[in-house]
Design a protein around this ligand. Sequence first.
Ligand code: BES
Ligand code: ZN
Ligand code: ZN
Length: 481
Amino acid sequence: MKIKLSEKKLKDIKADCEIVFVVNKNLGHKFIRDKEILNEMNFKGKADEVLLLPEKKRMYVGIGDLELESLRCATALAARTIVKSKITSLKIALYFADDAGRGIKALSEGFLLGAYSYQKYKSKPTKNNIKQIIISSENYYNKKIEIKNLEEKIKEAEIISKSVNFVRDIVNEPPSDLTPLKFSEIAKAEAKENNLTIKILGKKELEKLGMGAFLAVNQASAYPPWLIYLNYKPKNAKKKIILVGKGLTYDTGGLSLKLGDGMLTMKMDMGGAGAILGVIMAISQLKLPIEVQAIIGATENAIGKDAYKPDDVLKAMNGKTIEVRDTDAEGRLVLADCLCYAQKENFDYIIDIATLTGASMVALGEYTSAVMGFNQDLNHKILKSAEKSGELVGILPFNKYLPKLLKSEIADINNLPSSRYGRAITAGLFLGEFIEKRNKKKWAHIDIAGPAFKDKPWGVNPVGASGAGTRLLIEWIKGVL
Ligand code: BES
Ligand code: ZN
Ligand code: ZN
């Protein structure tokens, strides 16, 4: 799918189909040449309305308003509708006319993210026939715009969308195929492709480092654990950011076993790790002058005779002891050791990202990621970046009472809070206990349990994995300088 910019008027561009957005009831706009049909069909231009007129070679898509996110979603809907047809080329006006190219970036992302579907395991995969999309600089407001920056914005949208689609691919992969070893091999291949250095630590090394929490989670798995450590280090780096991702290739819950419905879709439990792999690839391709490290704790949480148990006491790499009261609260155990490992060097920021708690969905609804940490300014910067990127984020507040819920009688900390309430926050506070004092303000935690995986398409996202966290982190890193 190639996206091209043209200075020709829309009507002078050749394509199989023209996409026309209808902005909330405004059927009088010059782009709309089938007003009677739209009236007849009672087409109002509300978000999510689509009408394909094959004889006219036009598709009308309701958009509601011309906000960037509305453009992204309407374009994604158009792509999703057309991708199944034999249509090979599309044309569309620019609509949102700005010299900064935000409009063209949103349109390009809408197409590239919306056309995605996971076909790898179909014996007869549905092909995406769209070869070319031409965006005309003609726009809704008839505004003259400077187009020299726009080509670059298409390129940026391509890099970002490609990395999101890569994340979707690996999160959608079945858990017996995407084992921790396979995950490390994929990371190795991508490191080579993207000029990243990579170090992969195996079980022996994790033992030597004293990662008792990470290793306990792995104990019953048929597959050994791997810590995957990637680095993008440009010569002109002005900042250094460490990303840490939960890479549970499957979460059965362990001996505190999940019930059928709760276990289904738990292949998504490496969504945080997938996202940071996508992010570091994109940052390297965008050639940003920022050092980025990605640390992935990859393992499965299985059951078996070797399984770690509720009542066990574990020792993390920093010497802290953890009472296990629920083997299904395993993500925080893996992350605790990865966070300790990550802090051996200096850095400007450390962000962890994980499908950590069902409670984050109870708090914010299933489309929104939760961000939390000790630095309000950092939380807000992440929130703003999310908005800009098209992802949804809400800030969950720490307070001085909730840490008490993690007290243990026999160890330094408990992996299960004593109350059912506020479990997304107490999970964040647990991780905060493994952030060294000097780094407290440099840290934020993002819980993507809600948006990482859905059984219906939503916005620019398909059925299955969404790649949640990828766009928001790329946007945040772009703004860090
Ligand atoms: N991977 C799950 C969280 C999750 C749930 C992600 C639903 C995506 C969708 C995590 O390991 C888990 O099971 N957390 C427990 C923690 C609890 C035992 C404190 C939870 O959320 O119930
Ligand atoms: Zn779990
Ligand atoms: Zn989990």
